[in-house]
Design a protein around this ligand. Structure first.
Ligand code: GLN
Length: 573
């Protein structure tokens, strides 16, 4: 009987899982990536860079993240705490590490590339309620671990390498079932099918001028105690690792010396593939799998990326007017997409975070003058929105390039309605819902039903928090002759969404009369996807999140052109 891994709506029941030990035509090799000593060592980046290096050697890869927290998905977690929510084409709200994976490998992440303890437990409990376990006592081993193993096995016949990163650090209580599951999984598979890569830190003691290996030894000991023997150790270090220390680590941690790979600090994350290659990571991985002779890598793309990062001609200053400005990770993909836009134009993009709330009471001009472009990102809730509306007005009237993303588009529409189209009470239903009373004319409103492909989709305000959004990839049709059609070089696009509210087409005529063109619409013409001011050098609002699809080797056209427009502005001042 095929088992299946499902989310709470049963949406992915269609992903049938082969029994782990058999049935596959091609069986992926698994690389499990764990971390120790401290958190935030850059496991996600190391995984992504390794993925890119394996691709450079001609292998196909898929990257996965297993997160020990108990939230069912990061959709409802505060960006202040958890950073950005990365949305996949198939509509999953995932950890921002999946963004790294996509930016480095270009492989679109899927719903089944991210899982949390919360989802695993909720699946197990749901099965228990359904009676699937036939009255058995439900335990972490084997029921929870089996659920994790089922997740790991999804799509194991599709790629050469599956890279699975375990969130947190070894020894965390919540992480234990994941560690136990990967240990079991590696035993279920034929010998040589799975390897373990462990990231640690070598702290530097300035007083004695030494790198210390003891925390790494302890962390590996912890792994050994749960039955996992790492094949590769990636050691973060601020200083070169002397040969002697490398030998010591190899000896005490029971790994080969060539498998102790140094990870030094980098100026840009996009140097990581070349840096890890220099340190021999990909070779160590292929050796661990006994793949010989190793195919030669083609690193042309990454050399070009590194060249564009280091050799630029000029700089532009872009203001991001947002709410979560204290934690830059909250807008991770936007920051990266701007960097890519800079690379496309060979300029450096200096990003400055401006707190939108400041404009609630203050004139934005002194804060925004001097920037070559203004970006208003996505967000939820009313706080800071009056400030964003003022930022949109500033950009419109001063003819500064403006890119409004999701909420940033909605604010631009409200600004146009209030200040140009004669609708002084224009606002968003989102804020009325939040306040529990009607105050605004809802030019942005809650749409309850729409079409995706050939299916009708419905949502209610009262739906549980995780399930009420328009999520994932949707098509849009662009108007001939519009600025966006020119930028995309196409009249039909597909972009990722994550929002509850929509601009109401009821106001389209009024807004177009004053010059705000609805230049992108859903194919059925019901959902405004893009607006642009006809008589402005560069003012575009998009209901979707173009930043999620930008890559260093393929900058998103909107970001590339936004930065180009910023360069033009910089030449005027
Ligand atoms: N809060 C707005 C909505 O739900 C915008 C969401 C966003 O910017 N991602 O429609």
């Amino acid at each position: 009987m095929p088992r299946s891994f499902q989310d709470r709506s049963g949406r992915f029941a269609a992903y049938h899982i082969k029994e782990i030990t058999g049935g596959a035509t091609r069986m992926a090799r698994y690389i499990f990536i764990t971390g120790g000593v401290v958190s935030s060592l850059g496991k996600g980046l190391a995984s992504a860079a390794l993925g890119a290096l394996l691709q450079a050697r001609g292998f196909s890869v898929r990257l996965r993240k297993l997160d020990p927290y108990l939230n069912v998905d990061p959709g409802t977690m505060s960006p202040f705490e958890h950073g950005e929510v990365f949305v996949t084409d198939d509509g999953a709200e995932t950890d921002l590490d999946l963004g790294h994976y996509e930016r480095f490998t270009g492989v679109p992440a899927r719903y089944t590339d991210s899982v949390s303890s919360g989802r695993i437990y909720s699946n197990v409990l749901e099965r228990e309620r359904r009676g699937d376990y036939l009255g058995k006592t439900i335990q972490v081993v084997p029921h929870v671990t089996n659920e994790i193993k089922d997740f790991l096995a999804i799509g194991d016949d599709e790629v050469d390498f599956m890279l699975c990163e375990i969130g947190g650090t070894v020894g965390d209580i919540e992480g234990l079932p994941f560690f136990e599951a990967i240990r079991q999984f590696s035993h279920d598979k034929p010998r040589g099918q799975c390897i373990f890569m462990h990231l640690t830190l070598l702290p530097y003691l300035a007083a004695s001028g030494e790198l210390k290996t003891k925390p790494t030894q302890h962390s590996v000991k912890e792994l050994h105690s749960i039955g996992i023997a790492p094949d590769i150790l990636v050691c973060r270090s601020e200083h070169p690792i002397p040969e002697k220390e490398r030998e010591k680590i190899a000896l005490f941690c029971n790994v080969r010396k060539e498998s102790v790979v140094a990870a030094y600090d980098l100026k840009s994350i996009y140097e990581a593939p070349l840096a890890y290659h220099r340190e021999g990571l990909d070779q160590a991985v292929l050796d661990a799998f006994d793949i010989s002779p190793a195919p030669k890598p083609d690193l042309t793309v990454w050399k070009d990326v590194a060249d564009r990062i280091h050799n630029f001609d000029g700089e532009v200053n872009v203001a991001i007017v947002g709410k979560y400005v204290q934690l830059e990770d909250a807008y991770k993909s936007i920051k990266e997409a701007l960097t890519h836009g800079g690379m496309a134009n060979r300029v450096k993009v200096n990003v400055q975070w401006v707190d939108a709330e400041v404009f609630d009471t203050e004139d934005p001009a002194p804060h925004l003058e001097g920037f070559h472009a203004i970006l208003v990102p996505g967000g939820f809730g009313e706080r800071g929105t009056e400030g964003k509306i003022k930022a949109a007005e500033f950009a419109r009237t001063r003819k500064i390039p403006y890119l409004g993303i999701c909420l940033g588009m909605q604010m631009a529409v409200i600004e146009a309605a209030r200040n140009v189209a004669g609708l002084p009470d224009a606002g968003s239903e989102e804020f009325d819902h939040e306040a529990g009373k009607k105050r605004f004319e809802p030019v942005v409103y809650h749409l309850k039903e729409w079409v995706q492909g050939n299916e009708k989709v419905q949502r209610k305000v009262s739906d549980d928090k995780g399930g009420t959004m328009r999520l994932g990839a949707y098509d849009a049709t662009l108007s001939k002759g519009s600025k966006v059609a020119d930028i995309y070089g196409s009249l039909s696009i597909e972009e990722r969404h994550r929002h509850r509210y929509e601009v109401d087409t009821k106001y389209r005529e009024k807004l177009e009369e004053v010059g705000l063109r609805f230049s992108g619409m859903s194919p059925d013409g019901r959902l405004p996807e893009i607006v642009e001011w006809a008589d402005h050098p560069w003012f575009i609002g998009v209901q979707f999140h173009p930043e999620l699809k930008s890559k260093p080797f393929a900058p998103h056209p909107l970001f590339a052109d936004f930065v180009r427009a910023a360069i033009e502005t910089s030449r005027l001042v």
